[in-house]
Design a binder for this molecule. Structure first.
Ligand code: CA
Length: 226
């Protein structure tokens, strides 16, 4: 899961980023409305946390523009003001939820989970595919007999593949999801991480495999021969 934070109070933005990363989300932060809109239009995010009072372009206009461009990523608005008019405007402009500053971190996390759940897994924080289950909380992959911890990038990659089910994810899409839009330094590392994941799948004796489609990308497949 990749989350974008658009918030000009740097302390708050960085603090939030650290908390979300601890919860195993990948996080990008931008500090003004115009950059926020740019990033949102890349359409790679699973969730956007958007402040209303922002330099260059306010959050409500960012939201309106994004929705007009057809981006339907869930948005939680942050507002310093408890003004009813802002909340109503926000919801009218296509926000999914809002939270008033100062807010309780646990409450925000609960709301994020509620808003991202439908996209990922219906009831639990766990994802399943074939004979494997991924426990998000523990960053762990398991089947009936064994389990194995995943490193952060491994976890992010596997999560993308599992959510995407049997469909092929292009290398570019995976890299953008896991490493973010700005980082091209790790471009070649994806193969390394895929090989780590394959080893871990073998270790837990999963029948699930990561299949490479040459020059296209990766997908999961349920094999019968282990
Ligand atoms: Ca602000």
């Amino acid at each position: 899961m990749r989350i974008l934070i658009v918030e000009d109070e740097k302390g708050l933005a960085e603090g939030l980023k650290a908390i979300l990363e601890q919860e195993t989300y990948s996080v990008d932060v931008v500090y003004d409305g115009l950059s926020g809109l740019d990033y949102i239009l890349s359409n790679i995010y699973d969730m956007i946390i958007l402040d209303i009072m922002l330099p260059k372009l306010n959050g409500l206009d960012v939201l309106k523009n994004a929705r007009n461009e057809g981006v339907n990523t869930p948005v939680i608005l942050l507002t310093a003001r408890s003004q009813v008019s802002d909340k109503i405007k926000g919801l009218d402009n296509g926000a999914d939820d809002y939270i008033t500053k100062p807010f309780d971190t646990d409450e925000l996390l609960a709301r994020i989970r509620a808003r991202t759940r439908s996209a990922a897994s219906p009831a639990q924080d766990d994802l399943t595919f074939g004979d494997i289950t991924m426990c998000r909380r523990r960053q762990e992959l398991k089947n009936d007999s064994r389990s194995v911890k995943l490193g952060n990038k491994e976890f992010q990659l596997m999560e993308c593949l599992m959510i995407n089910n049997r469909q092929i994810m292009t290398k570019d899409a995976l890299i953008t999801k896991v490493w973010g839009p700005l980082d091209d330094s790790e471009y070649n590392n994806i193969e390394v991480y895929i090989s780590f994941l394959r080893k871990k799948l073998r270790f837990i004796k999963a029948s699930v495999k990561i299949v490479t489609t040459k020059n296209v990308g990766y997908s999961l497949e349920e094999g019968s021969d282990g």
